[in-house]
Design a protein around this ligand. Structure first.
Ligand code: HEM
Length: 505
């Protein structure tokens, strides 16, 4: 009995000892991983670090904080842990090394109603998202499809040039002109030329884009959904959604009814994006059936993501060119030499405009239309640059800060297209110091479509016109202030005076 007791005591004490040792080891382990969380600014109760964003542009504020806390930092935005990446090395780890871990996006409030409960590409998840992405990359925005819209682009750009000619000598608002050009191309490509409600849809779009312009309160306090009732956000979203839905429904029904697809295929006519999607739905050869609301959600994405960046890039490029007259002269000389005195620049000439290509690259470096790309979400525990990224935290990559980082760019704030002359760095997602289109599994699928629009429009603006600022304003006084929104815009619209160029003088 005594033996049994001492044996019991021995086992019991050993168990306690093992338990305590285990606890100490686990505590030290969890402290270790807590200390490996990214550094970040001190937080205030309830709001975390939200106050730091008051009165500043988010990408500027995050770049400033990164100089203090480093290229991987952790912020608390209301209830949401947010990791901000501000170096090419960090971006590479997120968008290449751990691409799958960061492949999903957080569900944002504005998207819920507008994208038919996340049935689009940007906000859908898992297998459905992979399928939609494949449709976008292979069918809707492939090189072949983009090429098929060439006539539409060339017609629209000639309309634009004519509209500017009518205003020669007067100040024109470049943003409005280019926006209208960009939307016309997109709606003709998406709906086809036959669709009558294009104008109604074009009118509605700016209000919908506006919903995605800033961070909604509900996005930083997701547990407090009732907040959306306080400022009547939901009814506004629903109204815009209803109006857009009616238009999209009728365009889809019209395409289904006319059954033009087979005929058009034979006649090699331009095959619009709604037809492509309706065809996929009819064929039924995708794993997860494509519903009509899925088609509408994809169309919404294309309009929301596709129209604005072109405007942003053209406006910034023209602003920089005016402030850098030597670069402007060189770009104009190139296009005029290649195209001669023909009335418009067509797409065959674009490949020869090497210097214009450098101008666009440099504009994308300094003024990426999506300065913080689109947010991602961490799906499982992983480390980036030695820091632990908490599961389900939101991950933001500051492409704007990376594009202006002195570690990668000499005279980083200077607009100098020549820097790319001897450099192989490109924006196609393999060089992480230049990522205006993002990279990896969620990289922009509209890059080809977007770039060809920008090239065509800039080439025509530079070929046909000489440009000056209104009221004799000195280009060096041009305000370059930015506003963060659905895309990175100029705070003040760019108004310029076009003068028809006299060829041969
Ligand atoms: C021309 C300038 C454009 C720029 C600079 C640009 C930039 C971007 C960026 C930074 C992203 C997020 C990438 C990431 O998270 O890694 C993105 C996503 C996207 N872009 Fe673009 N974009 C442009 C044009 C377009 C066009 C013309 C379209 C369509 C017509 C388009 C459709 C999309 C879509 C659907 C996504 C979401 C992709 C996904 O979530 O998987 N973009 N874009």
């Amino acid at each position: 009995m005594e033996n049994q007791l001492s044996c019991f005591l021995l086992v019991f004490t050993s168990l306690i000892f093992i338990f305590m040792a285990l606890r100490t080891w686990m505590n030290s382990k969890s402290n270790q991983s807590a200390s490996k969380l990214p550094p970040g600014p001190p937080k205030l109760p309830l709001i975390g670090n939200l106050h730091l964003f008051v009165g500043t542009q988010p990408h500027h504020c995050l770049a400033r904080l990164a100089r203090k806390y480093g290229p991987v930092m952790l912020l608390q935005l209301g209830e949401v842990s947010t990791v901000v990446i501000s170096s090419a090395e960090g971006a590479k780890e997120v968008m290449k090394t751990h691409d799958s871990t960061f492949a999903e996006r957080p569900p944002l409030f504005a998207a819920e109603t507008i994208t038919y409960n996340f049935q689009d590409l940007v906000f859908s998840r898992g297998d459905y998202r992979r399928q939609i992405r494949k449709i976008c990359v292979m069918e809707l925005l492939s090189q072949k499809r983009v090429q098929s819209f060439r006539t539409i682009r060339e017609e629209e750009v000639s309309n634009l040039v004519e509209a500017i000619k009518l205003n020669a000598g007067l100040a024109v608002n470049l943003k409005n002109l280019v926006y209208s050009f960009s939307l016309s191309i997109l709606s003709r490509a998406a709906f086809g030329g036959r669709f009558k409600q294009q104008d109604a849809f074009k009118k509605l779009l700016p209000d919908i884009v506006e919903l995605f312009g800033g961070l909604s309160v509900v996005d930083v306090y997701p547990s407090l959904k009732f907040l959306c009732l306080i400022n009547a956000m939901r009814p506004k979203h629903k109204r815009l959604h209803r109006e857009a839905d009616e238009i999209l429904e009728s365009v889809i029904q019209e395409h289904k009814a006319t059954k033009l697809t087979a005929v058009m295929k034979q006649e090699n006519e331009v095959y619009d994006l709604v037809q492509v999607l309706v065809d996929i739905q009819d064929r039924g050869d995708v794993e997860i059936p494509l519903s009509t609301s899925g088609i509408k959600a994809i169309l919404m994405d294309l309009f929301l993501a596709g129209a604005e960046p072109t405007v942003s890039i053209v406006e910034w490029a023209m602003s920089e060119l005016l402030r850098n007259p030597q670069v402007l002269q060189r770009a104009q000389a190139e296009v005029r030499q290649v195209v001669g005195d023909r009335e418009y620049v067509n797409e065959s000439a674009i490949v020869e405009l090497k210097y214009l290509n450098l101008v666009i690259k440099e504009t994308l470096r300094l003024h990426p239309p999506a300065p913080l790309l689109l947010p991602r979400e961490c799906q499982e525990r992983c480390e980036v640059m030695g820091c632990v990224i908490p599961v389900q935290s939101r991950v933001i990559v500051n492409a704007w800060a990376i594009g202006r980082n002195h570690n990668y760019w000499t005279e980083a704030d200077t607009f100098d297209p020549d820097r790319f002359m001897e450099s192989s760095v490109g924006y196609k997602g393999t060089d992480f110091e230049l990522i205006p289109f993002g990279a990896g599994k969620r990289m922009c699928p509209g890059m080809l479509y977007g770039i060809v629009n920008v090239e065509l429009i800039l080439a025509n603006l530079l070929h046909q016109f000489d440009w000056k600022l209104p009221d004799g304003m000195d280009p060096q006084d041009l305000d370059m202030a930015e506003v963060f929104g659905a895309s990175l815009r100029r705070k003040h619209d760019l108004c310029l005076v076009p003068l028809a160029h006299q060829f041969g003088t």
